[in-house]
Ligand binder design. Structure first.
Ligand code: SF4
Length: 495
């Protein structure tokens, strides 16, 4: 049985709803789960913020043993606690419910409101499924629930005053849908117990592995299957599904000449031949109008669930760093960057540095430029002193991604044109795996840690250095990629 206390949690029932094998793996092999990249909105603990807004109450967790928490929960409920109660604990039939918040119903004080706190901007189906299991457990323990609700981030919240987070949360009543999931709860619990006490179920992978969310055990399950090295699922935009339905699993079984979409035909041909697709002339034509000076630009942003600076909303993208390789008319290149880790609002400094550094006649080049344009537009609105030059930059921003997508493919990209997939096929010595910060999620984590007053100066310097190295790699990668796209390549299929 799962865990040292041999109890099932509501998340185990949610796992069973996706697949019996997922339940078994969650219970016995949790270390095989691939973690979803995420960052915490340090220094904020979302549960602590939610508790603070409830006012005074009794907190039962987390610094006590499981048995003590159960005993204290029973004792204060029996004594008629007026609520709120934070982190109460209940067990019924081996199902453990660890609640975020219990409050007395003001209209019927003998009953309780059960609240789960999440950092999303709306309730998700798996939030409701877990709350339904909690609700069932509490009611089986004799605690009547009048309302089950998800307390989540209010998307319209704007931080007006530093540290003032009243209004950050909103509650959504999910009582009806939670109740609707309770009729077969005892059966599902029995089924879950049977599965976790047996051997690992043999479930083939399929569409259910992506619904309601991608399963974190996908790599484990796929490795156990006799999958081809180049599966048809590498075709972009779900293009492999129709072939899988026809029983064709391997890209090498397809005929490039009969593929309906040119991009799919290139993928099939490059995979079968092992030679990259490279249309040098097409790439040159696509980039011919990108006059110098050229500003190769990349932003790093943070989208904190709990806004960090006044005037910002939950999950608003705020740029804290940019890297810029500036290519002059004589083709010389200089590097420039901006990084703000002192905890202050990075937007004014970022706007000023962009306006000061990028020549007014430059072509701005980004990879997936819609993102950079959106950040420039938002900065123009939010830092009015630089509105005109920043808006002018958006109009001169071009995109290297479609040029790459239309004129280059190496089978090692495995169906992706992200710069991290393309770069190793062009310049293996520039792989991101050599860097301390390797992706956007790590950059956000590093930024938050570097900005924290609790971080030592030595650690902050190391984090700054890692962030600078990462963002610099992003823009230098574009320069190298564009040069390679425009250059003939020995052994390419086209030139
Ligand atoms: S990857 Fe698919 S088959 Fe494997 S545990 Fe997850 S849902 Fe089940």
């Amino acid at each position: 049985m799962p865990g040292p206390d041999r109890l099932l949690r509501p998340r185990h029932l949610a796992a069973l709803a996706q697949c019996p094998r997922r339940l078994w793996l969650e219970a016995h092999r949790p270390e095989l789960a691939r973690a979803t990249p995420h960052f915490e909105s340090a220094p904020f603990d979302i549960h602590e913020l939610a508790r603070a807004q409830e006012g005074t109450g009794t907190r039962l967790g987390p610094h006590q043993s499981h048995e003590t928490a159960l005993r204290r929960t029973r004792r204060i409920l029996a004594a008629g606690h007026p609520g709120p109660i934070f982190e109460a604990r209940f067990v019924h039939e081996g199902l453990l419910a660890e609640t975020d918040l219990l409050t007395r119903d003001p209209l019927a004080p003998e009953r309780w409101r059960l609240t789960a706190v999440h950092r999303t901007t709306k309730p998700k189906p798996h939030h409701v499924a877990r709350l339904a299991a909690q609700m069932w457990t509490l009611e089986q323990c004799g605690v009547p629930i009048s309302r089950a609700q998800i307390r989540h981030i209010a998307p319209s919240f704007v931080l007006e005053t530093p540290g003032e987070y009243r209004g950050l949360f909103t509650d959504t009543d999910v009582t009806a849908s939670a109740r609707a999931q309770q009729s077969d709860m005892a059966d599902r619990l029995g089924e879950a117990r049977r599965i976790v006490s047996g051997a690992e179920p043999d479930c083939p992978t399929g569409p259910h592995c992506r619904k309601p969310a991608p399963c974190p055990f996908a790599a484990h399950c796929q490795a156990l299957e006799d999958a081809p090295e180049w599966p048809v699922t590498l075709l972009p935009d779900g293009g492999g599904r129709k072939w899988a339905r026809k029983g064709v699993c391997d890209l090498r079984e397809l005929d490039a000449a009969t593929m309906a979409k040119p991009r799919e035909a290139r993928i099939v041909a490059a995979t079968q031949s092992g030679k990259p697709y490279h249309d040098t002339q097409g790439a040159r034509r696509a980039m011919a109008s990108w006059s110098r000076p050229r500003a190769w630009l990349d932003f790093e942003t943070i989208a904190a669930s709990v806004p960090l600076w006044t005037g910002t909303k939950p999950y608003q993208q705020v740029p804290f760093q940019f890297s810029l390789h500036l290519e002059q008319t004589d083709s010389t290149i200089t590097h420039h960057q901006y990084l703000c880790v002192d905890g202050s609002d990075p937007r004014p400094g970022c706007a000023e540095a962009l306006a000061r550094t990028i020549p007014p006649n430059a072509t701005i080049i980004a990879y997936n430029a819609g993102f950079e344009r959106a950040i420039l537009r938002a900065l123009a609105r939010q830092v009015p002193a630089f509105e005109a030059p920043l808006m002018a930059l958006t109009e001169r921003t071009v995109d290297l991604l479609p040029v790459t997508r239309n004129h280059w493919y190496h089978r090692d990209q495995r169906g992706s044109w992200s710069i991290k997939a393309v770069l190793p096929t062009i310049a293996p010595d520039l792989a991101y795996t050599q860097l301390a910060v390797q992706d956007g999620a790590m950059a956000q984590d590093s930024f938050l840690e570097a900005s924290s007053p609790a971080t030592s100066p030595e650690r902050r310097r190391a984090l700054e250095e890692a962030l600078r190295a990462y963002c610099t790699r992003d823009t230098w990668a574009m320069v190298v990629l564009a040069r390679r796209l425009a250059a003939p390549q020995e052994g390419s299929a086209n030139d």
